[in-house]
Design a protein. Structure first.
Length: 286
């Protein structure tokens, strides 16, 4: 499975007084089993890009290839594309609607025309992947669950479709720190066990650094930076000019570098920063 985006453009209200360029000549590739983190301030084009990848909106121009198939030429079956590309919007728990957890997670598989046995197998697997006990919650109303559990159930409903690409738009938004950590761990587990492409959008730079194999920065509808987390977050000044930041651990080590010229660190996580600080303090010159 792979994604290839070539010269993608999208214009809202073309030819009208409110015409807005949301995407401008965006090109990138994502290889199989990769986690792509996307960052950018509000209005940078992230959400529009996600919806074009899932076929929810058709780009003004450009091409998107999913596993070698062009989904923008008008010939692809969108139902098949959406089976391959699962999209979880921000606050997906607001989309829960069935009377029980089992029925809600089974909604997608049921609409695929799968028999009841296959539906049940898909639901059990999906609920397990999001870290919930199927037997304990299957007959509960999703509206009785905590906020974090509701979000897990909503994500399970997308996983039950068995996508080959999973797109998560701010999956930890609005959660308390404990639920935030749990959801992040859940996302890692889903990626590892399903072996799929994961596209992960977040305003939390520490999460992006921790989760991503590759990072893409959106600004003004353009993909302006891309690379490994280390490569992208080495451009602190450019990110700052776009209203973005770097992970807190990198902020701390940069402050130390200014005061201690011999201190060397490219840390992106708290553990890496702590290691580099300890090594510096224990060094022969201290």
């Amino acid at each position: 499975m792979s994604i290839s985006v070539k010269n993608l453009n999208y214009i809202y209200n073309p030819g009208m007084p409110g015409e807005t360029v949301a995407l401008s000549d965006v090109s990138f590739d994502v290889a199989d089993d990769t986690v792509l983190g996307i960052i950018g301030h509000t209005g940078s084009g992230k959400s529009t890009l996600l919806q074009t990848l899932n076929g929810l909106i058709k780009p003004t121009s450009g091409e998107i290839y999913i596993d070698g198939e062009c989904i923008t030429d008008g010939k692809a079956k969108m139902t098949e594309i959406r089976r391959k590309v699962g999209l979880v919007f921000q606050y997906p728990e607001y989309q829960l609607f069935e009377e029980t957890v089992r029925k809600d997670v089974a909604f997608g598989p049921k609409n695929l025309g799968l028999d009841e046995a296959e539906q049940e197998a898909r639901v059990k697997k999906a609920v397990g992947l999001v870290g919930l006990d199927y037997d304990e919650i299957k007959d509960l109303s999703p509206f009785e669950l905590s906020g974090g559990m509701k979000r897990r159930v909503a994500i399970a409903g997308v996983i039950a479709m068995d996508p080959k690409i999973l797109i998560l738009d701010e999956p930890t938004a609005g959660l308390d720190p404990a639920a935030h950590r749990d959801i992040l761990a859940m996302v890692k587990r889903i990626h590892e066990e399903m072996g799929i492409i994961l596209i992960f959008v977040s305003h939390n730079m520490a999460d992006i650094a921790e989760m991503s194999d590759r990072v893409m920065v959106m600004n003004g509808g353009k993909a302006v930076l891309s690379g490994t987390p280390a490569e992208v977050f080495s451009n602190g000044e450019a990110l700052s000019e776009m209203g973005l930041g770097v992970p807190p651990a990198r902020e701390i080590t940069e402050i130390i570098k200014k005061r201690e010229p011999r201190f060397v660190s490219e840390a992106l996580s708290a553990d890496e920063a702590a290691r580099d600080i300890r090594l510096y303090l224990e060094g022969p010159d201290r």
